[in-house]
Design a protein around this ligand. Sequence first.
Ligand code: SAM
Length: 269
Amino acid sequence: MSANRPEGKWDPGQYLRYGGHRLRPAIELFQRIDMDAPKTCYDIGCGAGEIAIAMTERWPSAEIIGLDASAEMLAKGRSAAGGEKVQWVEADIVGWTPNKLADVIYSNAALHWIDGHEHLFPHLMQQLSPGGILAVQMPLSWGQMSHRLLREVLADGNGGAGYGTEELRQSVGRKWVDDGDVYFDRLRPFADHIDIWECHYLQELSGDDPVLEWVKGSALRPVLTALGEAPASAFLAEYGAALREAYPKRSDGATLFPFGRLFMVARRK
Ligand SMILES: C[S@@+](CC[C@H](N)C(=O)[O-])C[C@H]1O[C@@H](n2cnc3c(N)ncnc32)[C@H](O)[C@@H]1O
């Protein structure tokens, strides 16, 4: 496990609770890879491996590797229909170098967990064969109300005393995704074609406290693990109330949760 990787196990059930909204950008990114017959493709931070399995269908003669640090997520992928066609590898993306150059390196909603993008993105580009594609999507959730409230309640909640340690608050405060032009500059020395875009989805969620449930499947995992049981439930009550106010349930029962994502596809020169 990398020093940067937050503690707390990935829970495939909680993460995939909003599978539709979470899978859509993954598919939209996958469709932007213009490649007929790659030989070696990696899905790094593959999670439960939906796209790694889709790769085996799209490129049946390619070697497809799904890499993730979570044994639980990999187990889900391995047991899914078509999972037997993927090579599942439990490993950390930090310091990862493939055995041979890749034709496709794909990563959906994973690289924002890792620090040091100024080194990571050039490194990934250098693991591609000429003409190879790096395709990445990362959430732009850091600046959203849901994540601003997360930082605020951690810092000032609990009657002003805050929750957790200063170290936890700092790790949650880290701005995990830079602006698109910053990635353009990181990719440019290695790429002959770069496409970077943002997409803002107006997500319709249902049920009670759906935004809290959403965040529980991602950004809240390391926070809840670090807080421990009693402080975590007090924190959840306070954070949940703040989220209900910021994202009210409408009269039709739906809760709208706007969500931004940054996409990039770069071709190795
Ligand atoms: C939000 S999930 C995304 C999973 C999948 N790509 C998808 O789109 O559904 C993030 C995944 O990244 C993995 N991950 C996070 N940091 C990692 C690291 N340093 N090395 C390997 N995997 C990592 C987690 O284990 C998790 O499965």
